[in-house]
Ligand binder design. Structure first.
Ligand code: 5RP
Length: 213
């Protein structure tokens, strides 16, 4: 199980400083949507430059204009780029094709998708499928509005799955039991008083569960 550190609502330098403190306990580094919106491709370029040996995820959340958006993310050094599962099929196909051409990895954000849509998305079998509880849903419904009992519906059997949105040490225990391939953690690490300690606590939690792959 990998830990993806999500860097949001920070300057590029703050994001790099936080990732450096957490580095020993995390696997992938996400340049959050907010950084990409505020600072553009420079945020991806600078983060990859600071961490050339880590996978850098560009959380661009593409929903149209796939060729352009995925192209500039990969050009800036991203190893993974994200597309919304609710996108038109033409967009998803394009993202998948570009990802294959660049020999990179695509993450599909399942936010607001139905089971029926998810089943159709399963054809992108080299993608990572991310179950995502959005910020707005967290703010309105609370973190308990997530009630996953299974991250792998039969059509996701053998696929890589991720989980994101308000993950904290408490929810991490139950999520670990569902054995996602990637757990995406943002604020619980980036807003912690002691970043290094917070990131290490998540890593220990995974190791305690014996769920490391
Ligand atoms: O995609 C995101 C926001 O759209 C974040 O990456 C994700 O929600 C993780 O951050 P946090 O743990 O703070 O919720």
């Amino acid at each position: 199980m990998k830990i993806q550190l999500a860097l949001d609502r920070l300057t590029i330098q703050e994001a790099i400083n936080i990732a450096k403190k957490a580095e020993a306990s995390i696997d992938w580094i996400e340049v959050g949507t907010s950084l990409i919106k505020e600072f553009g491709m420079e945020s991806i370029y600078e983060v990859k430059n600071a961490f050339p040996h880590k996978y850098v995820v560009a959380d661009i959340k593409t929903i149209d204009n796939a060729k352009y958006e995925f192209g500039i993310c990969y050009q800036a050094g991203a190893d993974i780029a994200t597309v919304m599962g609710v996108s038109p099929q033409a967009t998803l196909h394009m993202c998948y094709d570009i990802t294959q051409k660049w020999d990179k990895m695509m993450m599909i954000d399942l936010l607001n998708t139905t089971q029926e849509t998810q089943q159709k998305l399963a054809i992108y079998n080299k993608a990572v499928f991310c179950h995502h509880l959005s910020k707005d849903e967290q703010e309105i419904g609370g973190k308990s509005s997530r009630s996953y009992t299974n991250l792998r519906a039969p059509f996701f059997e053998g696929a890589k799955v991720a989980v994101a949105g308000g993950v904290n040490l408490e929810t991490m225990s139950s999520l670990s039991l569902l054995t996602p391939d990637v757990v995406i953690i943002g604020s619980s690490i980036t807003k912690a008083k002691d970043i290094e300690k917070a990131a290490a606590a998540f890593k220990n939690k995974i190791e305690d569960k014996g769920a490391v792959k």
